[in-house]
Design a protein around this ligand. Structure first.
Ligand SMILES: Nc1nc2c(ncn2[C@@H]2O[C@H](COP(=O)(O)OP(=O)(O)OP(=O)(O)O)[C@@H](O)[C@H]2O)c(=O)[nH]1
Ligand SMILES: [Mg+2]
Length: 490
């Protein structure tokens, strides 16, 4: 596609920004780590646990610079971007440790800076600055819109909404769409109604029972300050991909707003945040997809392809090869692995690897090294073998959050229970074949093959050492750290 005027302006801004960053990182080696994932994937918990572990002596045997004692000290420092909210670390940690609750949902971007003093392998003392940027995965999934015009986006969104189980959830919106004349006069009320029904459809897809992942435009479900603005008031229309909108038509109105969404929301995100990242971790709640059923797992697979596409689009959208996005490592992490017995951790990793490999094959090169891990940033469970009849089942022990229920029992938030969450198959392919398993989208909770309860964060006991709070238990958080920054601490 030929570069438009806005792309050229955008590149000029981007280059200026990149030069500034480059100057700073020349004197002061810095890694900007993006942490993303769809809503509830585990971003806030991951960052809180990571900072706590690094600053308060976590147990990270696989993170070599740390376990070998080469990291002398890690401290929080004022974060560098004046217009970005600070990641509210102290509050989130207090909620986790003192209240034994999970932190509240966060909807905006936030950032925090860590300064790591370490010794190189050759004994020289060095400092690495780690900027952690927490941003919603929904924003990331908007990037491909930069390369699509309104008609293309409409056609894709409509095709997706006609597939099961989405078609059923889109009935009301489709009915309204059928009454619209795209070439007729632009009509604010019809546009408002259409945007509202389209948003309701997106929201229904995200519901726990369906757990769909691929739902752009992202701000429709998390509008923040833009709620009700024209840039968020449009919806797909049934228009030909190669046609052009008659002046003054409904089509022209929707098209203009779609382009405004790109200008107001997507381009600034790309320029101010995405293009400045060096490393990226994408957190994935694969368990939510297992809970829901095969359709959600397929949707997740498509979303991973979509995410990889974003990294590729990120490279090709902006013209200059000098200042193109520089992400050189991407880690996909299946979170909340503590909901499974450790016998299934490798299997969870294999499922994610299978989904990502297919996605990698479809997306052209992202120019980055990619790895996969199954982790729990905060391990809320322990393990036990529980006898059921003659069988011994590999089970997990934890305190279900108040209000969670299983087998007709509602938990009060203080009783510990043993549950058997379900076994992942040895061959990940088995899960991707047709109706391989039963989930909440097709069957009541007690019949589904997997049922993951929400557990409270663990109760920690101080060991009386010098540190005030004890290390948080985790699963494979150290492996993630080794991949993400290990090479920068050599
Ligand atoms: N057991 C367990 N649960 C986790 C873990 N990480 C996240 N969770 C659960 O997942 C929920 C969401 O985690 P958050 O870290 O708030 O997720 P987020 O991606 O920041 O979510 P939003 O801010 O809403 O986008 C938490 O409330 C917990 O119930 C983990 O390591 N172990
Ligand atoms: Mg959050």
């Amino acid at each position: 596609m030929a570069p438009g005027f806005s792309d050229i302006i955008e590149e000029a801004r981007l280059s200026a920004r990149a030069l500034l960053d480059y100057g700073e990182s020349f004197f002061n080696p810095t890694v900007r780590l993006g942490v993303t994932g769809l809503s509830r994937a585990g971003k806030t918990v991951f960052i809180t646990a990571l900072i706590h572990g690094l600053t308060r002596g976590g147990r990270f045997p696989i993170f070599e610079a740390f376990s070998s004692g080469r990291i002398a000290r890690t401290q929080l420092a004022p974060q560098p971007d004046d217009a970005v909210p600070r990641f509210d670390y102290e509050n989130h940690l207090h909620t986790l440790l003192e209240e034994r609750r999970w932190p509240n949902s966060t909807v905006d971007i936030s950032e925090l800076r860590l300064v790591i003093d370490y010794q190189r392998h050759n004994s020289a003392d060095r400092t690495l600055t780690l900027d952690i940027v927490d941003y919603p995965g929904e924003w990331l999934l908007d990037l491909p819109l930069l390369n699509k015009n309104f008609a293309q986006w409409s056609a894709e969104s409509l095709a997706l909404s006609r597939e099961a189980p989405r078609a059923h959830l889109a009935t009301a919106w489709h009915a309204q769409l059928a009454t619209l004349n795209a070439e007729g006069k632009g009509d604010e009320q019809a546009t408002l109604a259409s945007a509202k029904l389209f948003t309701q459809y997106l929201r229904a897809c995200r519901d726990e029972r369906f757990a769909m992942s691929l739902l752009p435009p992202g701000r429709f479900l998390m509008p923040g300050g833009l709620a009700g603005s024209p840039a968020l008031t449009f919806a797909p229309l049934d228009v030909p991909a190669d046609g052009s909108a008659p002046e003054g038509s409904l089509w022209a109105m929707m098209e203009r707003r779609y382009e405004a969404y790109k200008d107001v929301v997507v381009r600034p995100f790309f320029r101010d945040h995405f293009a400045r990242l060096d490393r990226q971790i994408v957190l994935v709640d694969a368990l939510a997809a297992f809970n829901s059923g095969p359709a959600a797992l397929h949707d997740l697979e498509a979303a991973l392809a979509g995410i990889l596409d974003c990294f590729r689009v990120g490279r090709s959208t902006i013209l200059s090869s000098l200042f193109r996005p520089r992400i050189d490592r991407i880690l996909f992490a299946a979170t909340k692995a503590d909901h499974l017995h450790h016998l299934s951790h490798d299997r969870l990793e294999a499922v994610l690897r299978r989904a990502v490999t297919k996605a990698v094959a479809r997306a052209e090169s992202t120019g980055a090294e990619i790895d996969v891990v199954a982790l729990a940033a905060v391990r809320a469970t322990r393990e036990a073998m529980v006898a059921r009849g003659r069988e011994k089942l590999p089970s997990i022990l934890g305190t279900p959050a108040p209000g969670e229920s299983a087998n007709g029992e509602i938990f009060d938030g203080s009783t510990e229970v043993a549950t058997f969450p379900g076994d992942l198959p040895a061959d990940p392919e088995a899960l991707f074949n047709g109706d391989a398993f039963r989930g909440l989208s097709s069957t009541p909770p007690d019949n589904s093959d997997f049922r993951f309860l929400r557990f409270r964060p663990p109760m920690l006991e101080c060991d009386g050492g010098e540190g005030d709070d004890p290390a948080l238990p985790h699963i494979r958080l150290d492996r993630a750290l080794q991949f993400l920054i290990g090479d920068r601490l050599q």
